[in-house]
Design a protein around this ligand. Structure first.
Ligand SMILES: [Zn+2]
Length: 249
């Protein structure tokens, strides 16, 4: 009996040592196996600093984040209730090393884990490539099934702008998360992207928000663990990305 209490005490103490963001990450990414002395350890043997202790400007948060910085802005599910504050980009701060350890470090490594699915067979019928890591393709098939029940959304879900594409984000040295096959752009024709609206790539510009994507589409993606780029100050309303650590918590 004493030993059981002792074990519970130890596991509670160990859990208390794990910062909440790491605890949330470990819940959704089995590739993360351990936290110790401010470092996050992955199954592939790599480890990354959790908190570098540096105070950063909004631009530095994007260009040089640590794992802790990814949780700077809280992602809220459901309809936007107020204009998005300047620089408020929940999910746009991404520590690339961690995601490379999860999804693959090169185009070929990522491609090995992709599968092709038929997206919205009734309304759009398009073949798309999605990662099978952590069953993301199954999530996308669920999303596809639900969207397919809404013929009125056909124009948004047809001509998918892109899923897997190994590249950098335009105007930056940061890797686009389309590189990991965990992200999809729905029809660009009915979407708004901050760089197109301001005709600039300067992330310090004052932006005018625009969106035409119905909230019902966003709700379905969020339910299945995807964040929406329409919730960013640097809005990208075609963009959905599998980030359960932000949307499910
Ligand atoms: Zn995108």
């Amino acid at each position: 009996m004493i030993s059981v209490i002792f074990l519970i005490a130890i596991s509670t103490a160990l859990h208390a040592q794990i910062p909440e963001p790491v605890h949330i990450l470990m819940k959704y990414y089995p590739q993360i196996v351990k936290y110790e002395n401010n470092r996050v350890y992955c199954k592939n043997g790599e480890s990354f600093i959790f908190d570098d202790g540096k105070k950063k400007s909004p631009q530095e948060l994007l260009d040089n984040p640590d794992i802790e910085d990814m949780f700077t802005y809280t992602y809220q599910r459901g309809a936007l209730s107020a204009p998005i504050e300047r620089y408020f980009d929940p999910g746009r701060i991404r520590y690339e090393g961690l995601f490379k350890a999860i999804y693959g470090k090169t185009k070929n490594e990522v491609a090995k884990n992709l599968t092709t699915i038929v997206w919205c067979p009734k309304t759009a019928r398009q073949m798309i490539r999605i990662s099978t890591i952590n069953d993301i393709h199954k999530r996308v098939m669920e999303i596809s099934k639900e969207l397919d029940e809404h013929p009125d959304w056909k124009k948004y879900v047809s001509n998918i702008g892109g899923t897997f594409n190994w590249r950098n984000i335009a105007g930056t040295n940061r890797i686009s998360f389309h590189s990991f096959g965990i992200t999809m752009d729905i029809n660009t024709k009915h979407s708004h992207y901050w760089q197109w609206v301001c005709d600039c790539t300067d992330e310090n510009k004052i932006l005018t928000y625009r969106n035409a994507i119905p909230q019902g589409i966003v709700d379905i993606f969020e339910k299945h663990g995807f964040i929406w780029g329409g919730k960013w100050y640097h809005f990208d309303t075609m963009h959905f990305e599998f980030r359960p650590e932000l949307v499910w918590k």
